[in-house]
Design a protein around this ligand. Sequence first.
Ligand code: SF4
Length: 243
Amino acid sequence: MKTSAAILPAEPAATVSREERARRLAMRYSASDARDILAHAIGQEFAGGIALVSSFGAESAVLLHMVAEIDRTLPVLFLETGKHFAQTLSYKKKLVQRLGLSDVRELRPDGDALAAQDGQGDLWKRDADACCTLRKVRPLDGALKAFDAWITGRKQFHGGGRAALPAFEANATHIKVNPLIRWGKDDVEAYMLAHDLPRHPLTGQGYPSIGCWPCTHPVAAGDDVRAGRWRGAAKTECGIHGR
Ligand code: SF4
């Protein structure tokens, strides 16, 4: 889908609220493709003040590849929870090398808070929300203070609260850019094939969505993409998108 996004000026950030700015951007780019949305957000609208947050999971290679084609030096934030599958860490290394990403930052939980709240490393069993807050939400909140906006890989077909996502949305502190909202499984697959992108090793073992190992399980064919996340619990999101 061709658009004129590259020649449009940035929204006047200083004169409108964050919510209004996101609303205007979402309308303006409602028919644009993912690359145009990204190019505008990275090169114009939030130039120098935007980062990609990536889990290096099952579908992450698509957005990482698009970003690398626009700006390999863009900060990429990875939540190093200490609970990732070894396969995720090896996949991350492989993708970073392949794509030439030069500013991948590992965000870790605060050491004192970790010792105080999760000395045995089993907080996920007792209170998954507290574990996600400690290992994901707080480290990301700290890192995002350096940015005005961040890019996510969320897609409407993932369901739940993602079904009606706009391409730009505001929360209490930032604008979130969601370039892949309208992408489906087939789009992801086609892009992976077209660019010969490596696969996360667990996708071939029934894991269509991959997070921390204690909270990620394989799913049956035909199940929702995120059905294996926090399986058996009411929890469906880690909390980084909850504000
Ligand atoms: S996904 Fe599980 S292990 Fe990872 S931070 Fe959340 S509760 Fe803890």
